[in-house]
Design a protein around this ligand. Structure first.
Ligand code: AMP
Length: 365
């Protein structure tokens, strides 16, 4: 007899549908292939990093109903590798095939205001925030939050795009105009001591497994470098992992959740952002964890047992942005470096072209 739970399991040999053609889908495809799965990437261009190596691809807008129906019929489960996908796309797919994480999780995480309201409403601490949809709300938010603050568009922001910092004396109205007066959130500026993240997986059976806390350094809003172990007290790191697991459970998530955190000067944790997908700060897991974040995602959404998240080495991951990826020869010549390139041909400034991970013993620097 087949139990209801086993029906939902997608055994190796199955096909994972991935919405989005970026490097996160590419690395998921590599992990899926190792476990005997095929992937089918739904994106816009055949030369996108994930589409280049998938077993199959659909090149169509996310609103193309016929393409979505054919895609759903061709895959056993659907996941997504970025958040800027219409929720309606996921809802349409979910009528035909399992979608993990769910459309509800996407709806929460793709809008900063909805996400912050979800977190605050569930008792998780964030920076003070206020909604900005018109001039009166902007003035009220500015008065309540004070300066310094950060004005962020609610949607479509990534890698520091769609954000303006407001110092004392800055004109809030002018700042909002630079964001096209799009619906926004005004956040209090957090004087954090450390930025950290936790990636947690939650399986179909509801079990959670968290990776070690990663310490992150950003430049201009873009992740530059991640390190494990983070230089934080063990009790605080355990608290961060526990916090991430509780958020995943509250979301009723199946898949991966990255929780970006600020560590306050007094040692308190504030949630900055959620990403229900593999995360740049978890790339070290490919080279320095028993199971990578990408394999863990495959396991979670296919209903397999989650793997061990045990760290096998200390690690430092450096993003290769823009032209930096052209330095691949020096990284290949470095015996301690593990080079990962995403197959992108246009090296625009700040664009994530690849990354390098050093595992212990780590070089100085
Ligand atoms: P985000 O896109 O919200 O992750 O922001 C990108 C980066 O900007 C973060 O990783 C921080 O370095 C910085 N940042 C964002 N929000 C705040 C805040 N409320 N206070 C201080 N720094 C922030």
């Amino acid at each position: 007899m087949t139990s209801a739970a086993s029906v939902r399991v997608i055994a190796p040999g199955g096909t994972i549908g991935i919405l989005g053609g970026g490097q996160l889908g590419r690395m998921t495809t590599l992990a899926a292939a190792r476990l005997g799965y095929r992937t089918h990437v739904f994106c816009q261009r055949a030369d996108e990093p994930g589409a280049q190596i998938a077993s199959a691809r659909t090149l169509a807008p996310f609103t193309d109903e016929a393409a979505l129906a054919a895609f759903a019929a061709a895959v056993d489960v659907v996941t997504f590798e970025f958040e800027n996908i219409p929720v309606e796309t996921l809802i349409a797919l979910a009528k035909r095939t399992p979608v993990r994480p769910s459309p509800t999780v996407l709806a929460i995480s793709q809008d900063r205001l909805v996400e912050k309201e979800f977190l605050a409403g569930s008792g998780f601490l964030t920076a003070p925030f206020a909604e900005v949809e018109d001039d009166a709300q902007l003035a009220a938010a500015d008065a309540r939050i004070g300066r310094p603050s950060i004005l962020k568009t609610s949607r479509h922001g990534y890698d520091g795009k769609g954000q303006v910092r407001l110092a004392l004396g800055d004109d809030a109205g002018a700042a909002w105009r630079t964001l096209g007066r799009a619906p926004a959130v005004l956040e209090g500026f957090v004087r954090f001591s450390t930025e950290a993240s936790v990636i947690v997986a939650r399986g179909l059976d509801g079990k959670t497994v968290a990776f070690d806390v990663t310490e992150n350094r950003h430049e201009g809003g873009i992740l530059r470098e991640s390190r494990v172990p983070a230089q934080l007290l063990p009790a605080l790191m355990a608290e961060a992992q526990e916090l991430a697991s509780r958020i995943a459970i509250t979301l009723d998530l199946t898949g991966l959740l990255a929780v970006e955190l600020f560590v306050n000067r007094d040692g308190g944790l504030l949630v900055n952002e959620l990403a229900p997908r593999p995360h740049n700060s978890g790339h070290w897991t490919i080279d320095a964890a028993a199971t990578s974040q990408f394999e863990q995602l495959v396991r979670a959404i296919c209903g397999l047992p989650l793997g061990s998240a045990a760290r096998t080495a200390d690690a430092r991951m450096l993003n290769l942005l823009g032209e930096e990826a052209q330095d691949w020869r020096s990284h290949l010549a470095d015996p301690g470096a593990r080079l990962h390139l995403y197959g992108k041909d246009e090296a625009r400034p700040g664009r994530k072209m690849g990354h390098v991970t050093w595992v212990s013993p780590l070089p100085k620097g």
